[in-house]
Design a protein around this ligand. Sequence first.
Ligand code: AP5
Length: 209
Amino acid sequence: MNVIFLGPPGAGKGTQAQVICARLGIPQISTGDMLRAAIEAKSEIGLKAKTFMDAGQLVPDDVVIALVRERVAAADCVKGFLLDGFPRTVEQARALGSIAKIDRVINISVADDVLVKRLSGRRVCPVCGAPYHVDRLHGATQCTVDGVTLVQRDDDKPETVLNRLQVYHQKTAPLIDYYQKEGLLRTVDGSTGLESVSDAILKALEAAR
Ligand code: AP5
């Protein structure tokens, strides 16, 4: 099954992708994680992406489309994949349509004021990218998987968060309508507890099988 997670920054796409991918046995393809890895590796793509990401802007379509085209052709995607953070523009969605057949689009919906709180308290593992929130860490500072110290993402600083939300409403939110018209969209309330969001997503995916 080929799935897209749509939703604003902080909606819980990465958190839920880990749960759903483990359940379905398909890989999570996060363009954000891929771009951060490229920055870390100081590759040409990474150098190009960094200025956009630091400013909370989208990386140019041609760069991310090429990344995804190559990634979904990998052997581990043969039984399906979950796209987390792609597509983010109508142009990316059109390109994806020529790359793969999508079975379901899950739109995780959360109000802006909740998103700001979530992103300002988010900490991530610099090795595996797993997201945590300070409210649920109870003083812990390390990733439960890798044991390394959690960090705050550069683009989770307050001024960049507001920029990212603005970019989402302007460029990515139109995809809700785009996929609604294609009959692929299911919206779940992402402001409830982690488990109930996972249950709602699994139910929406079950209906697409
Ligand atoms: P990316 O890494 O994709 O970031 P994003 O979409 O902005 O999403 P986030 O990772 O911030 O949030 P999330 O929805 O995954 O939430 P999470 O699960 O972490 O992109 C970063 C940048 O890369 C972009 O700004 C852009 O520059 C570039 N980029 C990436 N893809 C691109 C593309 N396709 N085109 C162009 N540019 C691209 O959760 C957030 C927090 O909330 C965590 O602390 C978590 O613990 C908590 N939380 C989650 N769910 C719940 C819940 N139900 N209740 C309470 N807390 C919760």
